[in-house]
Design a protein around this ligand. Sequence first.
Ligand code: NDP
Length: 305
Amino acid sequence: MPNIDGNAIAQQVLAEVKAGVEALAPLIPHVVFVRVGDDPASVSYVNKKQKTAAAAGIRSSLRLFPEETSRETLLACIDGLNADPDVHGILVQAPLPPQFDEREVFNRITPAKDVDGFTSASIGGIVQENPAATAACTPAGIIELLRRSGVATSGRHAVVVGRSLIVGKPAALLLLAKGLDATVTVAHSRTRDLGAITRQAEILIAAIGRPGFITADMVREGAVVIDVGINRVPDASRKAGYRITGDVDYAGVAPKAALITPVPGGVGPMTVAMLMRNTLAAARAAAGMRATGPQPLPANHHAVP
Ligand code: NDP
């Protein structure tokens, strides 16, 4: 059972982004991160995104707001960034404190600068299979992992466990789209006899948020397993006091899988890489260059038939 190496594939994507950024000179793509409060996971995600941006030659800035920031203040900030021609991408780090309606905040971002792919316009563009639409970074990263690992999707049964707006639903839509052509089933917490459904999956995507939830008995022999989960599990032997595990019981499932993503080192690095790719695309579009959607796989590119 070979691992899909998300770190290596993310590095390939980032090298391509860096070359694309260099080709845009003297224009430098600029993404602005907006963070409200000091949620430790958000602090670490934004740091990681800023570091990766710098390595790819992308300029990034940070707008920080205290936890008690009002809706009006945050929306005014977004309006200012929307109007600023020097800004190509805007990312508001979730989760936001409870006084905010995240949908309202995300939808305030002008679609051309929506590098996270969370606005209604971006999601609608994915439903319409508009090649210029921005796909959310994690599902886009999943598709890129499959493409670059030579996983054929056409006509195959993909089961997505999870229906969130940021992972499950867009992942299902992308797999369903013409070109990828999977037959897609989406499962969630109300799904009956989940195992009977996941056992049908030739491609199984787990985006649940429960450590080790997908066990070997739920997986078909030879399946391609993509584990999106990032769960902090208490672990006294670690300096941090926790370790990160996925939604799949890796030790049990790996021997049955044709390919599997580890956690960490699978989907996680791809999410950040796709954010950089979306930022480059936004800057290219701002410079009047045509956006391009995912390129089809070469016909012989089926390592996992
Ligand atoms: P959400 O909590 O928004 O969604 C979880 C989904 O799992 C829901 O649709 C829920 O169903 C479903 N679910 C929960 N329990 C069960 C169950 N017992 N059986 C079947 N389905 C169930 O999470 P996200 O989609 O935001 O994230 C999912 C995981 O992915 C998390 O671990 C998160 O940390 C990780 N993640 C990783 C990223 C990365 O870069 N690798 C990026 C984003 C998220 P229902 O809708 O019915 O409640």
